[in-house]
Ligand binder design. Sequence first.
Ligand code: ZN
Ligand code: ZN
Length: 389
Amino acid sequence: MNVRASLTNAIPELVAIRQDLHAHPELGLEEVRTSDVIARHLEAYGYKVSRGLARTGLVATLSHGTGRRSVGIRADIDALPILEETGLAYASKTPGLMHACGHDGHTAMLLGAARAIAERRNFDGTVHLIFQPAEENFGGAKIMVEEGLFDRFPCDAVFALHNEPGLPFGQFAFRDGAIMAAVDEARITLNGRGGHGAEPQETADPIVAGASIVMALQTVVSRNIHPLDPTVVTVGSFHAGSASNIIPERAEIVVGIRSFDPAVRDELERRIRLIAERQAESYEMTATVDYLRSYDATINHSAETDLLRDIAIRFAGPEKVADLPRPFMGSEDFAYMLKERPGSYFFLGARASEKDRPLHHPGYNFNDDLLPIGAAFWTEVVETYLKPA
Ligand SMILES: [Zn+2]
Ligand SMILES: [Zn+2]
């Protein structure tokens, strides 16, 4: 029986799992109920379940035959701090938390694959299904790796996917090399000298200095970085002051920074610090810059990307398979698994109608029609990678 046929009976269960997870979203490293639900299903399917990696993460292991090869597939399980506005019957029961990135769907898909892989036993070797917490905030992938993920669960290769409402439904989108950017954050605090709004000469106005810094930061990408190195510098927040007759003591500017090349990443930090500090100095105040390096860039490996593309062409037909012409400027902590093991991360198109909302939107909902596609595809990947002799 082919993989899709063996999953037909499982579809109602997958939809029920997905909608139950959707109704009960949990933030990164707090996915206690989510983790329990996942573990219960995996144990019922016959997996050995190891819990407590990165607090709420788990790995489900199944071996078959005598093969020594092993493969890992990762799903992220966390939700976001967003007030849901979908109006769905199974909308979040926790106000202010929402599965707005489809990790409920990624999880349900991998559980569907878990069931099919276990039922079919059409592989030779070991499969590790990695359910990872805290993709959105604390870098659960990095924590799992630091806690010895690949020492305890050796994987010859690792794979992951993300649904993408910006791509047509069922479209597979691959990319060799860089696929997601590195992300950093600079918090600039301007320490001015406050006073009466009618006596500016007695003050050092952090709003004026901040406005100047915001404009000067626009020159980093345009004047300091090579035009062919993709980079973004976004001032996402600027807070200062309270009334027209007061010059405040302080202003705070928060900058989001995206890049790929490590040398470019260093240069962005150097220029942003220099602009903030020296511009502040020219306005006779100081700037404190807290520069936080967050996720590294996600870099796919060639052989594993080629393998996924070949499987997808067989699975969905060549018209449903494309290579992304350029990487996304978003970020993804699967980067840290790809730094340890060869593997590949790809997008699965989710757009069914013009009304579909983007990821992280309060009206977004994971497209359940993707569940059998994702579950069947992961099953194909395992059965291909661990093909019996
Ligand atoms: Zn997200
Ligand atoms: Zn996501």
